[in-house]
Write a protein that binds this ligand. Structure first.
Ligand code: SAH
Length: 405
């Protein structure tokens, strides 16, 4: 089992601490604030995890750090490389007592002029979106800031080893396992580290937080930090979205879009919000639904990202045909919306959107109802009636319990 990322032997793990937190830490050691920025550079820019190699710290500071602190990141359990160059890592993270350990997935997507890392924010996911493989794994816990930024650290080091020391990461998206805005407290310092020029120094347009629409946290994010926002919309009306994204029952489309408007109005933001829309055959891909989508996005600076559905066993959905996707896209473009159809990447290693599953000890026992649902759908197919996908319509109400305040 991997080392616990937090405070082994009461030593504090410095990975995941933002610059202000590190400044406080150095002051508590009786040292100077500016040590924080030196340390950030050692950890994130030079990839150094041994205090003895931090040569601009004097000997006594180095030994003090050795006594009080440590630098620990998740361990790579396995690595898969797709024929299109996409790399997926399974990273071991700590499980609770008496549980087998958990693992999360992190994906690197190389393109001609950029390298995007897709990181996870939770072990599993509690949102139960019906078309997403992560949901089927259930939910275990939030990741710590160390485990979240640790994914970037591990991937960066590994990529440098594969690509002759070159830094390959230009973009980071919070689109792996989990809902980042349900783990806001741990996610925020990791965004700060990605943007901090002493750590990863990425531009705000290179870092994207994707959410299913945790409205109150969208407002908090908007007030606190400038970062690109993506919304997993997937439907043009509440009826369809309630089925696909159960969180919609708590925060319906009207409230979600109002939060997007506030996000764009705040801080004089110039960029647009990206709306992700998974293309599901016969579910959300008709001409009429495209026109409805145009209507609800009116007045919002929006880009739409169409994602051809990535299949997994027992999903119960099919990908829309290419001609349907083209037609849907054309209707949006005719109305002036910028549309990008996402090319599925890493499908052969199950690294595409919605295929990340990791190894999750399903504490919340959320996966059970999928087994039941699957059984029901088999029965309903047999007797030829359409059965409700959500027998338990109260699920969304329980989500508030899991939001990490
Ligand atoms: N919980 C966050 C972060 C996950 S992002 C969110 O919902 O935004 C992962 C993206 O892939 C989301 O837009 C998600 O809806 C989409 N996705 C999930 N399952 C998918 C599948 N099987 N095929 C294609 N896209 C999928």
């Amino acid at each position: 089992m991997s080392a616990k990322l937090e405070d082994i032997n009461s030593k504090i793990n410095l990975v995941g601490m933002s610059r202000p937190e590190l400044e406080e830490f150095f002051i508590s050691l009786g040292d100077k604030k500016f040590r924080a920025q030196q340390l950030l550079q050692w950890i994130y820019q030079r990839g150094v995890s041994d205090f003895t190699n931090m040569t601009d710290f004097n000997k006594s500071l180095r030994s003090l750090l050795q006594d009080k602190a440590q630098i620990i990141v998740p361990q790579i359990e396995s690595e898969q490389i797709s024929k299109d160059g996409t790399i997926k890592w399974l990273l071991r993270v700590e499980a609770g007592e008496d549980e087998p350990s958990n693992a999360i997935e992190t994906v690197f997507i190389p393109e001609a002029n950029r390298g995007t890392l897709c990181i996870s924010s939770q072990v599993g996911c509690a949102l139960d979106c019906t078309f997403c493989a992560t949901a089927r794994q259930g939910f275990n816990r939030n990741l710590s800031a160390a485990e979240i930024i640790g994914q970037v650290w591990v991937a960066d080091q590994r990529l440098r080893a594969l690509y002759e020391g070159q830094s390959m990461l230009t973009n980071v998206v919070y689109m792996g396992m989990g809902e980042p805005l349900m783990n806001y407290k741990q996610v925020l310092p990791t965004i700060q580290l990605l943007l901090d020029d002493r750590a990863y120094g990425m531009g705000k347009r290179k870092v994207t937080v994707s959410t299913s629409g945790v409205v109150p946290k969208m407002d908090t994010l908007s007030e606190t930090i400038d970062v690109s926002l993506a919304i997993s919309l997937h439907a043009p009306n509440d009826e369809v979205r309630n089925e696909l994204v159960p969180l919609n029952r708590k925060f319906p489309i009207k409230d979600l879009l109002a939060a997007c408007r506030r996000y764009l109005d705040n801080k004089n933001r110039k960029e647009s919000v990206t709306f992700e829309y998974v293309m599901l055959k016969g579910v959300n891909d008709s001409d009429q639904q495209a026109r409805q989508l145009v209507k609800i996005l009116k007045g919002i600076r929006a880009k739409v990202n169409l994602i051809p559905f990535n299949s997994f066993e027992g999903s119960g959905y099919e990908r829309s045909t290419q001609s349907r996707i083209d037609r849907f896209s054309q209707i949006l473009m005719d109305s002036g919306i910028i549309v990008i159809t996402r090319r599925p990447r890493g499908e052969d290693i199950a690294a595409a959107c919605g295929q990340l599953a990791g190894q999750v000890v399903d504490k919340a026992q959320r996966s059970n109802h999928y087994v039941k649902m699957y059984e029901r759908s088999l029965i309903s197919r047999k007797i030829g009636i359409k059965c409700a996908q959500y027998p338990d319509s109260n699920q969304a109400a329980t989500l508030a319990d899991i939001i990490n305040e």
